[in-house]
Design a protein around this ligand. Structure first.
Ligand code: DLL
Length: 481
């Protein structure tokens, strides 16, 4: 049975929770999917849930469920993927050796390079001509693309995860969901779309681009939930305002599910204010599934991980040992229900931590913090290690500039040069040279004291930095050209 989590006493009663294993949608028929969709209307007090029986599962039940699924996953990997047969043999682990959740630690890690080396289908547990319904791939700009396959079951699970996010931001089967993530090999568009299907919402499959049309339809169709990247949400908001709308007042929109890239707290608040919405941060990566691996609830205090489908670990990237809850490290995921592309201990390179304690929303699924950076996006500038998120923090502390910025790295006489381009808000008097110089000085000083490197700051006019319809390109490295 579902355990009360100590959250405020729920008003209406949760429908009798089925036995936990039956309650998840994994392997459900269409009829099952429809009844799950009706769960979306489940409200406990102020909170909406898509699958309350899972989202409020007790720690003991979750342990049991994860162990059973881990055993199935290891068996699937060992039997059907030669890469894993070899890797597990190398560490002397057979599927039957997985007897407790702690045995997870005995499994080998999987890296992005392993996935690249297996290009295209080397890590599939199912023949691509068999039950594989769809392929997604992440960009191959720095090597082979990583390719993942999805059976219908994999797609249904994905839809469930995203549908939880829709409920978490207050959406339901009555919602009109505008999907403005790109559709295609990128998992954003179709992942959100599947969530809308599982939830039973009305989907507006806009994809990205044609921003004026996005705004017009959002207004005319009475869209209440938007899904896209934070930078695109900001562009949509600014475009709406330029077109003379006041979305916070004139639009029906109330929630936005934004992810795929980092978003500072000040940028989140700006989007919330301009659109009149609650923004929840959604996380995921193509290799593990796509959007919905974790997502914030409306308390915006960490992202609840879909722990019935993924085991999260946080490790020290140097020693590869797990770090205690609450400590920052590299996030590692093991998939528990994927049929086609299961992964054992996949090293994401994303930096986060487990948030300790219970969440006011009543969900028991543990939370990870927002991604603070990546182990591989560290910039080494004249020998000093700097993360782009540190620039973001400084930029967001100045009210005279917007959330649009760009970091440009170049080399002059063998020396690294860093330029930060920031854009002033429209109200800033750009004609007053003295004011611009003063602002530049203040930002430069703040960067120097925070980053310990000298940065040339260029304050530029509103709208002169390139806008993004997908993931924003914040760092331009011209050093090796
Ligand atoms: O970005 C999947 C996704 C689509 C997530 C839509 C959320 C919404 P990839 O293109 O494979 O997949 O990129 C994955 O993007 O390892 C993180 O570094 C970054 N990322 C994803 N979500 C967030 C987030 C999708 N909420 C990579 N905050 C990940 C910060 C994020 N970074």
């Amino acid at each position: 049975m579902v355990e009360n989590t100590g959250a405020p006493a729920p008003a209406p009663v949760v429908p009798a929770a089925a036995d936990v294993k039956g309650a998840t949608n994994a392997g459900m028929t269409d009829a099952g999917a429809r009844s799950a969709a009706s769960d979306a209307r489940v409200r406990l007090g102020e909170e909406r849930y898509f699958q309350p029986e899972i989202e409020r599962i007790s720690a003991e039940e979750l342990q049991e469920l994860q162990l059973e699924r881990l055993q199935q996953t290891v068996a699937n990997c060992y039997t059907n993927i030669p890469f894993y047969t070899e890797a597990l043999d190398a560490v002397g682990v057979k599927p039957e050796d997985i007897k407790t959740r702690a045995d997870l630690q005995r499994l080998p890690f999987t890296t992005k390079q392993d996935m690249r080396d297996a290009y295209p289908f080397g890590l599939f547990a199912i023949d691509v001509h068999d039950r594989v319904q769809r392929l997604h791939a992440s960009s191959g700009t720095t090597g082979n693309a990583t390719v993942c396959g999805y059976t219908q079951h994999d797609i249904d699970v994905w839809g469930d995860c995203f549908a939880r996010a829709i409920a978490q931001v207050g959406g339901s089967s009555e919602s009109i969901l505008q999907v403005s993530y790109g559709y295609g090999l990128f998992t954003g568009g179709l992942g959100a779309h599947e969530g809308g299907i599982r939830m039973g919402s009305t989907i507006l499959p806009m994809s990205s681009g044609n921003t004026k049309r996005q705004v017009q339809m959002m207004h005319d169709f009475g869209v209440d939930i938007l899904a896209c990247t934070p930078s695109y949400a900001l562009l949509i908001a600014d475009t709406a305002i330029e077109l003379g709308f006041n979305p916070a007042r004139d639009f029906k929109i109330s929630g936005a599910i934004l992810g795929a890239e980092p978003c500072s707290e000040s940028m989140r608040r700006e989007i919330e204010r301009k659109l009149g919405v609650t923004v929840v941060d959604i996380y995921g990566l193509s290799e593990v599934m796509g959007p919905g691996v974790s997502c914030e609830c409306r308390y915006q205090d960490g992202l609840h991980v879909a722990e019935d489908h993924f085991i999260i670990e946080v490790i020290d990237p140097e020693t590869l040992e797990p770090v205690p809850d609450g400590q920052w490290g590299e996030v590692v995921f093991t998939t528990l229900t994927k049929e086609c592309s299961p992964l054992l201990r996949y090293r994401t390179r994303d930096i986060s931590r487990i948030i300790v304690g219970s969440c006011a929303c009543g969900r028991t699924l543990r939370r990870m913090d927002r991604i603070s950076g990546r182990t591989d996006d560290m910039l080494i500038i004249r020998g000093v290690n700097v993360f782009p998120s540190q620039f973001q923090q400084v930029v967001s502390s100045f009210s005279e500039v917007t959330s649009y910025y760009q970091i440009i790295l170049s080399r002059k006489q063998q020396m690294d040069q860093v330029t930060l381009k920031v854009e002033t808000i429209p109200e800033f008097d750009f004609d007053e040279i003295k004011k611009i110089e003063d602002l530049q000085h203040r930002i430069t000083a703040e960067l120097k004291s925070n980053l310990q490197v000298s940065v040339e700051v260029k304050v530029v006019e509103p709208k002169s930095i390139e806008r993004s319809e997908g993931k924003a390109r914040r760092v331009i490295d011209l050093r090796d050209q």
